[in-house]
Write a protein that binds this ligand. Structure first.
Ligand SMILES: *Cc1c(COP(=O)(O)O)cnc(C)c1O
Length: 396
């Protein structure tokens, strides 16, 4: 659209903007990059009404809403908010639901930055956070306080792959008047839908299995309309919304999530079994193995697969662990998880600035502990790669 009577200086702001849409029935949705939509009438300004819904990108965007609807569908939740990262989702959810003087009870084993958020930021706001062992409901019962507003957990805890009885936890928390917030990043809705087990909110780092290709940073919060309404206005103010381009990529990734993730679950189980039989491996942590302390609970809670995360312990020799990492051909050392290719991480290195060697040992993160995020490769290729690299631990 150009105006004959106007200058080039003005017309270049309009040329080519004439909407070519709608192009009927595109196979994939377009990307709505626009940060604002033209308001047709002053009565449309109310952004909460459906008519004026898309007026500003931070408030609402069609691509982001597409991701939100897909996450709500998978989690069987009423509503979702999609955030710029998993940490944006966690901080938005928690900050919008607590006030000074409240207490949060959290599992002692959580994603590292979640603990830092609790200890560094919430503390400054006079929100008390204490930790207890969520594999033991007596420990949870003893740690609940009259002012506990939130009980916060992951279902499979890193890096020892402990399983939390979410049904029992929700019952205890609700009897105490607390909300249950679950970070289900490791489990995904393909393994368990926490809202059906009493959780009030389920949170994801979509960066991991939903994205699945190690190329999008995103997060989500899902819950009832009533609870999400409380979070929505703080979400707008905190500003951690996902951009349209990443939202479009995320929805594309979600289309193939089940194909990838179910294979990754299956591969994790098979890698666990193969490592357990290797003479250089001291033990393997995976919930389907006979040695796992919550094996029965896992079978009940996670009948479709116990996730794609596992860990195993070799000799506590840092140089040999490093040599093992170098000797792997397919498997790479990554500071993330959930991608379509198998990766490893070394918890004792990841946390060496936060904890002393003694503390790390007490938490089960010895030098010989290696974490695996199983990918979607052919299982025989993966097992062969691990087996050949494990020979670095051969005694001379
Ligand atoms: C990665 C991760 C997060 C943080 O997500 P980001 O997208 O990196 O902000 C939170 N919880 C768990 C369990 C994670 O693995």
């Amino acid at each position: 659209m150009v105006f004959n009577e106007l200058t080039r200086e003005t017309n270049i702001l309009y040329a080519g903007s004439e909407s070519k849409l709608p192009i009927e029935h595109p196979e994939t949705p377009p990307i709505y990059h626009s940060t604002a939509n033209i308001i047709q009438d002053m009565d449309d300004y109310d952004f909460a009404s459906t008519g004026g819904k898309y007026y500003y990108c931070r408030t609402a965007n069609p691509n982001r809403d597409g991701v939100a609807d897909a996450v709500s569908y998978l989690e069987k939740g009423e509503q979702s908010l999609v955030c710029a990262s998993g940490m944006a989702a966690i901080s938005t959810a928690v900050l919008s639901l607590v006030k000074a003087g409240d207490h949060i009870l959290a599992n002692r084993s959580l994603y590292g930055e979640t603990i830092e958020l609790f200890d560094n930021i919430l503390k400054k706001l006079n929100v008390e956070v204490t930790y207890s062992d969520f594999t033991d409901m007596n420990s949870v019962r003893a740690a609940l306080q009259p002012n506990t507003a939130i009980v916060y957990t992951e279902i499979i805890a890193n890096p020892l792959i402990e399983v939390v009885d979410i049904d029992a936890l929700s019952e205890l928390a609700h009897a105490n008047g607390a909300l249950v917030l679950v970070d289900s990043t490791f489990t995904t809705p393909l393994a368990i839908r926490p809202l059906e087990h009493g959780a009030d909110l389920v949170i994801h780092s979509l960066t991991k299995y939903f994205g699945g290709h190690s190329d999008i940073t995103a997060g989500s919060i899902t819950g009832s309309k009533k609870l999400m309404k409380k979070i929505y206005f703080d979400y707008l103010l905190l500003g951690g919304c996902l951009d349209p381009n990443s939202s479009w990529l995320m929805l594309r990734s979600i289309r193939t999530m089940e194909l990838r993730v179910m294979k990754q679950f299956e591969n994790a189980k098979k890698i666990a079994e193969a490592l357990q039989d290797d003479p250089h491996v001291r033990y393997v942590n995976y919930p389907t193995l006979a040695n796992h302390p919550q094996r029965e609970l896992a079978a009940k809670l996670l009948p479709n697969g116990c996730g794609a995360m596992l860990s195993f312990r070799v000799e506590d020799d840092r140089a040999k662990v490093n040599a093992f990492m170098h000797k792997l051909n397919l498997v790479k050392y990554l500071g993330t998880l959930g991608g379509y290719r198998t990766s490893i991480a070394h918890p004792a290195t990841a946390f060496r600035n936060e904890f002393t060697p003694e503390q790390l040992k007490a938490m089960g993160m010895e030098e010989g502990l290696i974490r695996i995020s199983a990918g979607a490769e052919a299982i025989d290729d993966l097992i062969a790669d691990f087996k050949q690299a494990l020979t670095v631990f051969k005694k001379a």
